[in-house]
Design a protein around this ligand. Sequence first.
Ligand SMILES: C[S@@+](CC[C@H](N)C(=O)[O-])C[C@H]1O[C@@H](n2cnc3c(N)ncnc32)[C@H](O)[C@@H]1O
Length: 222
Amino acid sequence: MTTLTATPLAPLLNRLFEQADAASAATNSAVADLSDGERMRLMRSKTDYAALYGRLKHVPLAVSRETGALLYMLARSSKARTIVEFGTSFGISTLHLAAALRDNGGGRLITSEFEPSKAARARDNLTAGGLIDLVEIREGDALRTLRTDLPDTVDLLLLDGAKALYPDILSLVESRLRPGAFIIADNADHSPDYLAHVRSPTHGYLSTPFGEEVELSMRIDQ
Ligand SMILES: C[S@@+](CC[C@H](N)C(=O)[O-])C[C@H]1O[C@@H](n2cnc3c(N)ncnc32)[C@H](O)[C@@H]1O
């Protein structure tokens, strides 16, 4: 048995994923008045992302069940003890990563969210899952909250906030990534600069698209 597949986490995640599935109509209607072009512009903007995510503050925007399982497995197999996450939302990905920390024997997960109501909801979910003791939720823009007080070494980084900021957030954490650290970027197709960075052989990563949603990268010795 793992923390992920045992009570209380397994039934909690089932419920949260069901709620996430049910929220797809609300997600669509939150941006229904925007043209496709404007939606794409906001998705890729380095300045207007708060407007987009403000509209989406009531919906979970969670990773898929498959990506959640992948996060748990990568964190377990790499024996991660220090994890940084960009984009907490309701904490569904955070629950998977914190469960892996628990099963690895403990550790520290720093996660970042600028919508206060989402941070509160994530805190409630992590408490219900019995994992809040492993997690520090930093409220505010991750460009600021992840700038200081990171662990000396980071074993795993999840990028799942505003897509245009992936290169900036990576650069805040990059010097701390240990050789072999995994970087998982959800929906990174919306961040061409990020993909160019991690796929360039000169920047110190091996990187590949993994499944339909994720760019999976590994830090190599510099
Ligand atoms: C796709 S959702 C994250 C989903 C979450 N990882 C999960 O699987 O449950 C993206 C979240 O990042 C937050 N976000 C976007 N840009 C941010 C920023 N610059 N700083 C902090 N949070 C941000 C949004 O408010 C939103 O809740």
